[in-house]
Ligand binder design. Structure first.
Ligand SMILES: Cc1cc2nc3c(=O)[nH]c(=O)nc-3n(C[C@H](O)[C@H](O)[C@H](O)COP(=O)(O)OP(=O)(O)OC[C@H]3O[C@@H](n4cnc5c(N)ncnc54)[C@H](O)[C@@H]3O)c2cc1C
Length: 473
């Protein structure tokens, strides 16, 4: 199936789930418009509430799209945090306005130059709080309560084998706030009707209309090189596809170490690829349930708690403990989880009486893996907040690093083709032009990075067109 890690697949007969990625925010508006994705069937709805945060002591709060409503929620938790939410929103509006152009660029400057540029503009605070520092450091600057801090720090650890106190996690957090233009507000996340696969199916339809042929189930074994130039690919069935140009959407390790013959790239470049940090941090658990989770913190429903992303991240300490478990080779006993009841927003995914619930969780253990251990820990953790879940499971699917690698070709299970840390971002991410003439990188290992965003592919296409025009001249 076309779609990479953005697909909707059957979990059990008649029940469909967004197997890997499941929430949309960063899709570039020009791609949405230029490729007429709405005409090709893409429909999305901003989540409202955005977040539901149940707490271990039975309290809860929501983050709504409406800031005033969110302030009222935070007031219940810690008065000063409610006031701080206004400054938090203002800071991110400014930070995103400053950082977004670097992400759109086909030739972004290296991080050190970004730092200098922000300093020149008198915005070193943005470099410190939204790029170089830790997610915890940024959140602490605004909020005082454990509960609010834990919730807002989560975006800094997504896809990364790092605790929220690790320097650079601020950039992971900023990256996840860069979208939302199509949802009417910075940083807003949406659900896609028909699951995330509906987006890639819309892309495939737009491509087909423009004469593109798509072959699936045809893994490339090798990029063919002749006279120091990429001249095509050979697929695993031995078929040779000759081509003037090759664009690879596989991750940098797979592309440069797995597909390009060893002698075709300089050893320095190969070393850089070998040292590229790829983190297998994520475990995605997809469940078919006979009933919706009945949260102890807000019993009953269906209600707003089933429309939001549920954040299980009650404090920095909780997230740090989860990261420490993983580093010592254990699946976190109390994992960080983002739970989404997809069928509550989109009944087309399952027949009446069946619910699709996914848990995006961290951290997969470093160096050891047991899907069964992860499944038990996720169900036990979910059970602490919604005790009815354990007995409601009709089907479950656990996708940890090995399964993500096997299913989606993600080396080491890294969901972003390389950790989204500052030292692997901006001009220090891979560029679209590679050292092998005729070969381009167009996936999320290239700048700006991962997420269902489209920027790397769009920028790679623009780079190819620029090179073709230059050759014509
Ligand atoms: C579990 C999980 C949850 C996520 N959640 C979200 C989310 O909610 N929101 C969000 O915005 N992002 C999310 N992401 C990240 C997002 O899905 C990716 O960043 C995005 O799919 C990247 O797109 P891409 O085109 O760069 O690469 P990919 O989607 O990784 O696609 C790469 C493609 O290359 C193919 N390939 C690899 N090797 C070969 C080969 N040798 N021959 C032929 N084909 C090959 C793969 O099969 C795959 O189809 C998630 C990812 C995962 C894994």
């Amino acid at each position: 199936m076309a779609g990479g890690a953005a697909v909707t697949e059957e979990l059990m007969p008649g029940v469909r789930a967004s197997t890997a990625s499941y929430a949309l925010s960063l899709l570039r508006p020009d791609i949405y418009r230029d490729l007429e994705l709405a005409r090709h069937g893409l429909k999305f709805t901003p989540k409202d509430p955005q977040l539901f945060v149940p707490l271990p002591d039975g309290r809860h709060f929501f983050v709504w799209r409406d800031a005033a409503r969110t302030r009222e929620e935070l007031q219940k938790i810690h008065g000063p945090d409610a006031d701080a939410y206004v400054q938090w929103g203002r800071f991110w509006e400014e930070a995103v306005a400053v950082l977004r152009p670097f992400v759109e660029s086909t030739s972004p400057p290296p991080p050190a130059e970004v730092e200098r540029e922000l300093s020149r503009r008198g915005r070193s605070d943005i470099w410190r709080l939204a790029v170089a520092g830790s997610a915890a450091g940024c959140v602490e600057e605004f909020f005082a309560s454990d509960e609010v801090r834990g919730c807002f720090a989560t975006q800094g650890i997504i896809g990364t084998q790092a605790s929220p106190r690790e320097p650079g996690t601020a950039w992971v957090m900023a990256y996840h706030a860069l979208g939302g233009e199509l949802m009417g507000a910075t940083g807003t996340w949406a659900w896609v009707k028909g699951g995330m696969g509906a987006l890639t199916q819309a892309l495939a339809a737009a491509a087909a209309e423009n004469g593109v042929g798509i072959a699936t189930g045809a893994p490339v074994d090798e990029v063919l090189v002749d006279g120091g130039r990429a001249v095509g690919v050979r697929t695993s069935d031995g078929t040779v596809h000759s081509a003037g140009l090759v664009l690879s959407n596989a991750d940098p390790k797979r592309t440069f170490l797995g597909l390009v013959p060893e002698g075709a790239l300089e050893s320095d470049f190969r070393r850089r690829v070998q040292e590229w940090r790829m983190d297998g941090a994520v475990v995605k658990v997809n469940l078919a349930l006979s009933e919706l989770p009945d949260f102890s913190a807000l019993p009953g429903g269906p209600g707003p708690q089933h429309l939001a992303t549920t954040e299980i991240a009650p404090s920095f300490d909780y997230l740090e403990a989860a990261a420490a478990d993983a580093k010592s080779g254990r699946y976190s006993a109390r994992p960080f989880m983002e739970v989404f009841c997809a069928s509550a927003t989109d009944p087309t995914l399952a027949p009446p009486g069946i619910h699709v619930v996914s848990a995006f969780t961290q951290y997969a253990p470093v160096g050891r893996w047991s899907a069964e251990e992860a499944r038990e820990s996720v169900l036990a953790t979910l059970g602490r907040y919604a005790p009815n879940v354990a007995d409601a499971v009709l089907a479950s699917q656990v996708l940890g690093p090995p399964e993500l690698e096997e299913r989606f070709g993600l080396t080491g299970g890294d969901i972003f083709h390389g950790a989204l840390m500052p030292e692997q971002s901006f001009g220090d991410r891979f560029s679209y032009r590679t050292p092998l003439p005729g070969l381009y990188l167009c996936g999320s290992g290239a700048s700006p990075g991962g997420c269902v965003m489209g920027a790397a592919g769009r920028n790679a296409a623009a780079t190819v067109l620029e090179d073709l025009r230059a050759e014509d001249r």
